[in-house]
Design a protein around this ligand. Structure first.
Ligand SMILES: *[C@@H]1O[C@H](CO)[C@@H](O)[C@H](O)[C@H]1NC(C)=O
Ligand SMILES: *[C@@H]1O[C@H](CO)[C@@H](O)[C@H](O)[C@H]1NC(C)=O
Ligand SMILES: *[C@@H]1O[C@H](CO)[C@@H](O)[C@H](O)[C@H]1NC(C)=O
Ligand SMILES: *[C@@H]1O[C@H](CO)[C@@H](O)[C@H](O)[C@H]1NC(C)=O
Ligand SMILES: *[C@@H]1O[C@H](CO)[C@@H](O)[C@H](O)[C@H]1NC(C)=O
Ligand SMILES: *[C@@H]1O[C@H](CO)[C@@H](O)[C@H](O)[C@H]1NC(C)=O
Ligand SMILES: *[C@@H]1O[C@H](CO)[C@@H](O)[C@H](O)[C@H]1NC(C)=O
Ligand SMILES: *[C@@H]1O[C@H](CO)[C@@H](O)[C@H](O)[C@H]1NC(C)=O
Length: 501
């Protein structure tokens, strides 16, 4: 999910307005921000922020931090790395399990009643192959969905290393989230609603799937073991929008579960899910994940990021710039930003948002520099072979991932790989995240069909395109979600939750 800074401000301000009229709550009741963050005078001066910017940013950060369970990765012990114990078999490998929290206390989360949560720390690798620690969550259904077993659906009982034995056999959806941020505190595994809430992970778990979801490298865990002087040399970059890099984060998390699985993602994660389908088809990926391939059933890529630099410059430029140096060390902020823009990025690098849009902050032609072209080549999903079947979902009114861009990427991929089993579902009149809500029955049905081993419509028949119109006139529907799951307080206050206990 990509938010323009103004939308976040609006959310924060709307929340404040409603708080002021609320009854005085018991101390632990969260009808106020669980954060008293304020920018320092030095930060304000360095980034030349106006008083209005400061007021907005303080509210945004307080709102944002209030969404974190147990104070988030910087305070929650789960995210503390265990000591690195090297052994004689060689260097640390990606896909090594580091820590298991078999049952996460759900009371600080807003997951649906009768779902359960586990979290793991494990290792993955960056684009250039550095092995780094990362985190992931698993959201468990109350009852696993029964899917008729077909040939190839067996699983290897030996590999069930981190979840309750009773849950063995739940079909898995490997969920790749849309943009949540760029630093440790942006980890969906520490977000009270697991970031995407009802839009996908809650829906999947309530439908009987075990939802395995990586926080991409750099989120959740932001430092490797490295030196103790905290010099910054051990920072883990979030290599933003690098679809096949984040795809590996997911596959290495899944390695510990080794199950029948469908990959699914949205936005940034739509590109990542598409990347999973590509990695499984690469010669290198076939070697790396040969053990997972037999369990793979297909991919759903919702509103996918496939052409990085067609995204909003005010989001794309600063946030790629934070991680691009880990791929191209010669990159300098001045390659893309004006001095004022670079000052804002420095503030963002202190794990804060940027403030206002990109006007005056970007160099003319920044998106046509060598770095932009080179990054795009490494990052973009699409236009290469993939392991299908794959269903791409796209709304025509999407302001973040334009329909025309996905349409072109699907066409080019289809030309490059006509027999991969690509289905393109175009929804007339829906926006970015709401396309997931509009198509829920379709993707749930598609996932069930894959687990039941039904042949995908497109296998060997070229690509398929379907257009979907709403049942009622499209203008009669709520276009944009106007609610966000909020934590209503410690368990002793849940008598106040309508539809609660
Ligand atoms: C700071 O911002 C103000 C108001 O936007 C602008 O007039 C001024 O030139 C900026 N100063 C610097 C050093 O960028
Ligand atoms: C509220 O924030 C504090 C400080 O970050 C944190 O220690 C605490 O766990 C948070 N409360 C909940 C219920 O998440
Ligand atoms: C060393 O690490 C590897 C990979 O994590 C593991 O498979 C092996 O059992 C370990 N050996 C010892 C002696 O701890
Ligand atoms: C850490 O800092 C100490 C004291 O400044 C210095 O002697 C040491 O060399 C540093 N270690 C590393 C790994 O940078
Ligand atoms: C990472 O890989 C890219 C593409 O192969 C290469 O251009 C770049 O120099 C590498 N960066 C590092 C830090 O090794
Ligand atoms: C770069 O951005 C400009 C202005 O938004 C746009 O006109 C141009 O097509 C973009 N170039 C590329 C290669 O995307
Ligand atoms: C979508 O792609 C098809 C080619 O597959 C093209 O004919 C059509 O014009 C495109 N539509 C839009 C709106 O980009
Ligand atoms: C999309 O919906 C609009 C409004 O209902 C309608 O006018 C238009 O014909 C539809 N477009 C397609 C391609 O079906």
């Amino acid at each position: 999910m990509l938010y323009p800074p103004k939308a976040i401000t609006a959310i924060a301000l709307a929340s404040l307005a409603s708080f002021s009229s609320a009854q005085t709550p018991p101390a632990e009741q969260s009808t106020a921000f669980n954060s008293s963050f304020a920018l320092t005078p030095a930060q304000i001066a360095a980034a030349n922020l106006s008083a209005a910017d400061v007021a907005s940013l303080n509210n945004i950060v307080r709102f944002d931090r209030s969404q974190l369970a147990n104070g988030g990765p910087n305070e929650d012990d789960f995210y503390t790395l265990p000591p690195l114990t090297r052994n004689t078999t060689g260097p640390l490998q990606p896909g090594t399990l580091l820590k298991t929290q078999a049952f996460t206390d759900p009371s600080a989360f807003v997951i649906p009643p009768n779902t359960a949560l586990s979290r793991i720390l494990y290792t993955t690798r960056t684009y250039n192959g550095t092995v780094v620690p990362a985190s992931a969550f698993i959201l468990w259904p109350f009852t696993p969905r029964h899917v008729a077993t077909t040939a190839g659906n067996q699983r290897d009982g030996q590999k069930q290393t981190y979840f309750a034995a009773k849950s063995a056999g739940a079909p898995v959806v490997l969920w790749s989230h849309g943009t949540s941020g760029f630093f440790a505190s942006a980890a969906p595994s520490s977000h009270r609603a697991l970031w995407y809430g009802d839009a996908a992970p809650f829906t999947l778990a309530l439908a009987g799937y075990a939802v395995v979801a990586p926080d991409y490298a750099g989120l959740g865990i932001s430092k490797t073991w490295g030196d103790k002087n905290n010099s910054g040399a051990n920072n883990i970059p979030h290599q933003y929008l690098m679809s096949r890099v984040s795809a590996r984060d997911g596959l290495y998390a899944l390695r510990k579960l080794d199950e029948r699985f469908v990959a699914m993602g949205h936005s940034q994660g739509g590109g990542v899910a598409w990347g999973v389908a590509e990695v499984l088809e690469e010669p290198e990926g076939k070697k790396e994940f040969g053990d997972l391939a037999p369990g793979y059933r297909g991919t759903i890529a919702g509103s996918p990021s496939t052409q990085v630099f067609t995204g909003w410059p005010s989001i794309i430029a600063p946030f790629i710039s934070l991680g691009i140096g880990s791929v191209f060390p010669s990159f300098k902020l001045a390659d893309w930003f004006t001095p004022a823009g670079a000052a804002r990025v420095e503030l963002a690098a202190q794990q804060l948002f940027l403030g206002d849009g990109a006007a005056g902050l970007l160099q003319e032609g920044w998106n046509e520099t060598w770095y932009a072209e080179a990054y795009s080549k490494l990052a973009d999903a699409g236009r290469r072979p993939l392991r299908g079947p794959m269903l791409v979902l796209q709304g025509t009114e999407d302001i973040y991932v334009p329909y025309s861009v996905t349409n072109a990427s699907v066409a080019a991929t289809c030309a490059a790989s006509p027999d991969s089993g690509l289905e393109f579902l175009v929804v007339n009149g829906t926006g970015h995240v709401p396309t997931l809500h509009a198509t829920r029955q379709i993707w749930l049905g598609w996932i069930q069909d894959r687990f039941e081993g039904k042949p995908a419509a497109t296998r060997g028949n070229g690509c398929k395109r379907t257009e979907l119109d709403s049942f009622l006139p499209v203008e009669q529907y709520l276009k944009v979600g106007n609610a966000f799951a909020q934590w209503a307080g410690a368990p002793e206050y849940n008598y106040q939750v309508p539809l609660g206990p």
